[in-house]
Design a protein around this ligand. Structure first.
Ligand code: FAD
Length: 428
């Protein structure tokens, strides 16, 4: 049986943060990183804009400003980001404040999907040089806490300490692991909303601030803005019963005037927190996703703002043309009526946020603007951690979006470092 001092499951930013911290601080240890995907570094392959200001990407259940800042400093030292300039922020902030909303000013950088891939190659090279064994296309199936081994689809592997960082897509897998380790958990929070796509001239703030973070009343916020060569994409999910549904998302390539499509997209998300008797935010999300898939013939939905305001569904025949003057960047969505699929309370809050946003940055309610539904974030597994290093069982740690310790690349990276500090105790 193969044995390593450290086994890291997941090569996303959480796994990377842990690996590079251990390499730097602990010499002469053996590290294995596995990933079920045939390529490395999880969600960093999408857009790769990175935020370096608390609380963006840091769930408040686990992070306070001081702790996050300390780890963010380490992330910054390692990644050496070029922080994007911003302008006219005070003007937008004043407009937002008049409406009881706010615009958070944060440090961010944007590599783009192509720039992200270049970074991933560099990270992989560094891992190789440091002697880390990277095994791609290998999936962890189970863990045996007594034997201190994991079983993958290829072999059994021994560890002294284990980090499981499988990202949002590893939601079900992580729940299985928690059940087998008898770690109590809840997943009672989720974000539900739409992705907005419009012409850059209808949301010109992106020229001043690449990914503006607006906060509206009733816990609605803007999230993950992409512009230039920007695209809406869909992510496939399967329920535990195997039914397929899609969430939309967005990304952009690195700025290149010759390739820009002139569009911008961003999410408007409402945080929903459940209490008794609903046990699982995940199941709620699946029902919403399935409802949308049912209405969209298996696809996510899209509706022009012009149709929405008139209470009409969008139709294929009328979706492009006249005032509806740009083609959606996502071809795999169905023109429809999002209000038939979306819970009315969530829709009301989202629409109120759109009206506020249109007052702060006039243009967003142009009839051609497209609202895609659903955009759902499933990062809300909340295990009962034993300590501040996200330890769940003797020598076994979790980190990243799937484990609820982050909501973005830098937060995931920081949570990987934080977990690794606990793992060091098992390497003495
Ligand atoms: C389209 C899109 C765009 C995004 N854009 C941004 C952005 O611009 N900025 C930002 O900050 N965040 C963005 N995010 C979110 C970001 O990708 C995540 O916050 C981040 O990647 C989380 O890191 P992680 O390490 O927890 O998980 P991930 O990056 O998801 O990595 C987890 C890895 O674990 C692997 N894995 C899962 N289960 C197993 C298993 N059983 N065995 C072995 N391997 C397994 C997966 O294959 C994956 O590679 C985006 C996400 C998407 C989907």
């Amino acid at each position: 049986m193969d044995r390593y001092d450290v086994v890291i499951v997941g090569s996303g930013p959480a796994g990377m943060g842990a690996a590079f911290s251990l390499i730097e601080r602990k010499k002469d240890i053996s590290i294995l990183m596995i990933d079920k995907a045939p390529y490395s570094t999880g969600g960093m392959r999408n857009d790769c804009k990175m935020n370096f200001t608390f609380p963006i990407g840091f769930p408040l259940e686990y992070w306070d400003q001081e702790t996050a800042d300390a780890y963010l400093e380490e992330v910054t030292r390692f990644l050496q980001p070029t922080i994007l300039p911003k302008s006219n922020i005070a003007t937008y902030q004043a407009r937002a404040e008049r409406l009881g909303c706010s615009l958070l000013e944060i440090r961010q950088t944007h590599l783009g999907t192509d720039g992200g891939l270049a970074l991933i190659k560099e990270l992989q090279k560094k891992l190789n040089e440091a002697g880390v064994t990277l095994s791609l296309g290998e999936e962890m199936l189970t863990v045996d806490k007594n034997e201190r081994t994991i079983l993958t689809d290829k072999r059994r592997i021994g560890f002294k300490t284990l980090l499981v960082a499988p990202g949002r897509q590893g939601f079900h897998f992580l729940q299985d692991v928690m059940q087998s380790l008898e770690v109590p958990f809840v997943d009672n929070i989720l974000d539900v909303g739409i992705r907005v796509e419009t012409r850059i001239e209808h949301y010109p703030i992106v020229k001043d601030y690449y990914d503006p973070k607006f906060y509206f009343k009733e816990k609605v916020r803007t999230f993950c803005t992409n512009s230039g060569n920007a695209h809406v994409v869909r992510e496939k999910y399967a329920t535990s019963r195997g039914d397929i549904w899609y969430s939309v998302n967005g990304h952009a390539y690195a700025a290149d005037e010759s390739k820009n499509n002139g569009l911008v997209n961003f999410a408007l998300l409402k945080t929903v927190r459940f209490t008794e008797p609903l046990a699982s935010g995940q199941e709620f999300a699946e029902h919403l996703g399935l409802m949308a898939a049912l209405m969209g013939g298996g696809k996510p939905l899209m509706q022009r703002v012009g149709d929405f305001r008139l209470g009409r569904r969008s139709k294929s025949a009328t979706f492009n043309g006249d005032l509806y003057d740009f083609k959606p960047s996502l071809q795999g969505a169905s023109p429809s009526d999002i209000s038939l699929a979306m819970p009315s309370k969530i829709l009301r809050y989202i629409w109120s946020a759109m009206k506020n946003l249109d007052t702060i940055v006039p243009g967003i309610l142009h009839p051609s603007t497209i609202m895609y539904y659903p955009e759902i974030k499933l990062y809300a597994n909340k295990p009962a951690y034993r300590d501040e290093h996200f330890q769940v069982e003797e020598g076994i740690f979790f980190a990243g979006d799937g484990a609820g310790t982050s909501r973005g690349i830098t937060g995931a990276w920081a949570s990987g470092i934080r977990a690794s500090r606990g793992m060091e105790e098992y390497l003495k």
